[in-house]
Design a protein around this ligand. Sequence first.
Ligand SMILES: CC(=O)SCCNC(=O)CCNC(=O)[C@H](O)C(C)(C)COP(=O)(O)OP(=O)(O)OC[C@H]1O[C@@H](n2cnc3c(N)ncnc32)[C@H](O)[C@@H]1OP(=O)(O)O
Ligand SMILES: N[C@@H](CCO)C(=O)O
Length: 347
Amino acid sequence: MHQHTKSFQLENGEQLENLQIAYHTYGTLNEQKNNVIWVCHALTANADVLDWWKGLFGENSLFNPNDHYIICANVLGSHYGSTNPLSTNTVNGLPYYLSFPQFTIRDLVSAHQILASHLEINHIKVLIGGSLGGQQALEWSIAEPNKIENLVIMATNAVHSPWGIAFNESQRLAITTDRTFFANKPNGGAKGLKTARSIALLSYRTYSAYGNTQLESVNEKTDNFRASSYQNYQGEKLINRFNAYSYYYLTKAMDSHNVGRNRKSIIDALKEIKANTLVIGIENDVLFPLTEQKFLADHIEDAQFCALKSDYGHDGFLIETDALTHVIGNFIKDSTNKKIIKFNKTA
Ligand SMILES: CC(=O)SCCNC(=O)CCNC(=O)[C@H](O)C(C)(C)COP(=O)(O)OP(=O)(O)OC[C@H]1O[C@@H](n2cnc3c(N)ncnc32)[C@H](O)[C@@H]1OP(=O)(O)O
Ligand SMILES: N[C@@H](CCO)C(=O)O
């Protein structure tokens, strides 16, 4: 846990006192200080990347603690240890709940930058993230282009779409329909959050994924379908590990995402990125469709683009770890070779 001792300045001008950043590191920073893999997590994950991104991260994986110094910070506002709406406001000694200041993706990145400075990390070999994590990684690569050597972003976008905002708003409507959300207690809005997860899943998965996993084996049923039970189960699973206030604020942060805000334009902002970049999309991602990743790859200089097939749709970036290992492994080999060639040329 990193305790920030100064006031944390938010993009909207407000200040947050007593910022705490929960984080995990794995492995050791090498002498050259050039083996940092920094992971930006998505909406409901935590800092323990070896737990939730198994297959891509782990002892015998592409990103492993033997070769790399892996860092993952829990984002500001999340449920897993960083300052969030359930934290105590030191000004009045009470939990924030709905008085928590609204933050943006850029604020999540400012918190990462504070942690990086505390850990004395001046160079990131690979900055990686999907979805909300990809939005953070993009913003960071624009904010500090010289710090990031390789950028791997997946299932993400340059600006959050009207479609994505509408999905998020529908989920917030579900949360605010639950009156307990306004009761200011840790499990306030839990039923609403359950519905929100059910709505969200429809954007994370696909028609065919439901067909493959939830199809009934008998024709006689008129009620209690597997798909209904699945939605309920997934909603329950989330409310047992997350809170509605963090969810509400984080979805608003996602809505705020626009790399062009207060910059010349979205395209000009993308042109600021100096990292070797790999943009990965999932072919049938309904939430962040491929056109969004193609746009990124078209406007980030020399970016590589790859579309993965996954029946899972958007959530494929968390699940298709074999394909990701292959594609990202090749990208890193390529970019290392490019660096050697560049070096040979100037030598
Ligand atoms: C403490 C923590 O958990 S840390 C945070 C972990 N989560 C994260 O990091 C966020 C990112 N991860 C995710 O969003 C998800 O875990 C994903 C997308 C990677 C995978 O989603 P999953 O829910 O594991 O996969 P899937 O959609 O196949 O559902 C499988 C689950 O649904 C259950 N299920 C499947 N069909 C049904 C049904 N008809 N009725 C009831 N339950 C069902 C399975 O038994 C299984 O249960 P389990 O999770 O208890 O093992
Ligand atoms: N399933 C992911 C969100 C997808 O971006 C999560 O719960 O974090």
